[in-house]
Design a protein around this ligand. Sequence first.
Ligand code: MCU
Length: 401
Amino acid sequence: MKYAFSSTLLLATPLLAAPSPVVVDLAERQANTTCAGLPATYSAVSSAKLPDPFTSASGEKITTKAQWPCRRLEILQMFYKYELGDKPDKPTVTGTVSSTSISVTASTGGKSISFSASVRMPSGATGPVPAIIAYGGASLGIPSNVATITFNNDDMAQQTNTGSRGKGKFYDLYGSSHSAGAMTAWAWGVSRIIDVIEADTSKKIDAKRIGVTGCSRNGKGAFVAGALDERIALTLPQESGSGGAACWRISDSEHSAGKNIQTASEIVGENAWFSSRFDTWAKSNVNGLGVDHHMLAGLVAPRGLLVIENNIDWLGPVSTTGCMRTGALIYQALGAADSFGFSETPGHNHCQFPSSQQAELTAFINKFLLGRSVSTAGVDKSDQTSVKASSYITWTTPTLT
Ligand code: MCU
């Protein structure tokens, strides 16, 4: 089934058609009108190695850049189907941007929610200025010439434990049994903040120069936000570990080797970050997942992505290094290797950004938010020096033409 814009066309789908494919948000459908989308019958793979980003669900080899948007859409749909739950279409959104706050009202189906995010503008700036949306506040230094937007993601979707499922403003709007896990609900909230920034006639914030960050659980969330909204120019997940920069399959193999590392099976018993759709896969069939988190980086490509990590066992330094060195291959294939960076360093506490990662952070902010012509090439730092993508894959990386 090709994606269609209007509900009339969607209703015109034959009644005997296979179950409808996973929903993707309207912006994605509009950007990809010619894509077949993930077949509704697509189910599972069986591979302890990381799935091939360059072979479509129907077995077609991806050899050109022009094929990538449709493959990207399939990957996105797989993330919704297996892990994240659906991100709803843009509802009716209104709001305001002041120099201290962004307020958002989102309405659909006769219901409405309002939330606000605080803003710290560069002193004396009238705009438009670049901005970084920080989940729960930034754990890294945001330069004074970039605005900080502090997003209260817990208000959108709670994350105390598994009992948080379905609680928060997102679920007030869409119902407590909506498939979206907390990270998808947060990403939806970020998209609504960007809607308001785009519509703001005073243009205080430059909608084309928006970054997103968060640390730890909020780093997982920031990574997902960057993957789910192509308007985000720079994604800066910090110490996201499992559920973010780590790959489920590598974390499982590290766990089997005796490491104290967070696995998919553990994570779904800890919190409501993922959709309940993920439960069965996480508990009993990680190797059946059509995706792994190298493809989360692939969803962000070719936009700016600096993955910041720590060598804490629970985060999985081998897993984050191996997973993101594999994600880097997707950027390489797209001819955008310099838009991706991975930086994992030891010797600092969790979410205490060390000076040893400052140079790469500054370079990525300068290039992707401040528009300066600086190099972000070759940012590949890890104390896990022997970890290579080739240990975890069986596919080869094409150069997409
Ligand atoms: C790294 O992020 C999480 C981790 O996934 C959890 O298992 C642990 O409980 O909390 C970490 C975190 O968010 O620390 C602030």
